[in-house]
Write a new protein. Sequence first.
Length: 471
Amino acid sequence: MKNYFLGKHLVFVYILIIGLNCYSQKSNQQSLPIVIKNVNIITMTSPNKIIENANLVVENGRIKSINGDLPKKAKIINGKKKWLIPGLIDIHVHLPTDFSLNPKITTQKPDIIFDVQDLMTPFIANGVTTILNLNANIQSFYQRKQIENGKITGPRMALAALIDGGNGSGKKANTPEEGKQTVRIAKDDGYEFIKLYSGLNIETYKAIIDEANKQGMKTVGHIPNVFQNEIEKAFIPHFNLVAHAEEFSKSAKKFDYQEALNFAKIAKENNTWVSPTLTAMDWIANQTSSLTRLKASKTIQFTHPLLQSKWLNANSYNKKSSPERIAYFNQLAAFQILLVKAFKELNVPILAGTDAGVSGVVSGFSLHDELELLVHAGLSPEEALSSATRLNAIWLGMDNKIGTIEENKLADFVLLDENPMVKIENTRKINGIIINGAWFDKNSLDKMLLDLSTKNTKSRDEFDWNTLMNK
Ligand SMILES: [Zn+2]
């Protein structure tokens, strides 16, 4: 998706923190062990195991034992008739970073500063304990550092450097040599992943993927526009993840199930996984025809008021609306459901990502929307949950630490009041979360959200998009 943040206004870098290679958080967990008693554990291992009425001990931020000895002193959480799932992972998010309305020299304070805790609260309150930022910049390292050193409560964060061709967004590369060099610099700066973007030319695209593989970095992305009439040629070794089902739609002609199967086959043969981001297309299609649903959204209050104002008052999808565009996006939204069915049929791993940051797509809340849409498209609740836990952890290379509930793994969980295997909507019935070994009950999560919403509402007038952008 394009242009959802700050348009031509310069992203302003004022804090230089580089080379933070590690995205595991330092321990800021409570000192007492935590025992979750009599809980039903949905381990999300493969095959999935459910351990009923179990006692789980968390110590030093890790799972010490399941049904083992209980510590003499511990914080006890009553898990009776409740369900424990691994912390959720969103593999496709965007987070805003500070910027100035007009270009300034880099020692000046930016005009628009985003409070890092405010950006992270919606993830935490929704049980999203790990994210992949797909258009990270140098400030993203600062955001991550704040979380790692315990100043901010937020998800584990993996960072991807975006590389585009032409005059596009992110880092630019228009020759194979530029592409390779950009990958090496990104590696040196501490990014873990490379995001490929739509404007890359064929040779540069291939060189970036080749160099990323040499540097031990996975690639994820758009399928560059140059492949539109020969999409199969974009599927080369080490193109690891398609960032949207929509990427296939660009090359679709018939929009039927057979065509969806053909696309799934291309991905399967190349061992490329897919993150459909159904919720993003759902919102885009919806806003193209009308802003009614967005205006009634109960979750946009948890987005920064500047973005709320942009979405409501300068909505690019709605502005460019026409009957043809409405029909086109509705067709894409319908086709992506066929694509999910086809990926499932051919066992192409499906990963849960939301494109949070796209207008209407709110951090944290959107992952539950995505889970519901995946089930609506034909996944079982268990398959949808795998896509947001174990499979995402595997793709990120973090499956030795997160993604399943097993002894010695990191203590990131969501405690639910109802069983999500019966009804996926139950992932929203959060009783509390543990992140990095620290417990937050429903009351404290609700309080965090209420404070955020109140703060956003109070400062709404300061952040009118059209006034600020015309300054
Ligand atoms: Zn995106």
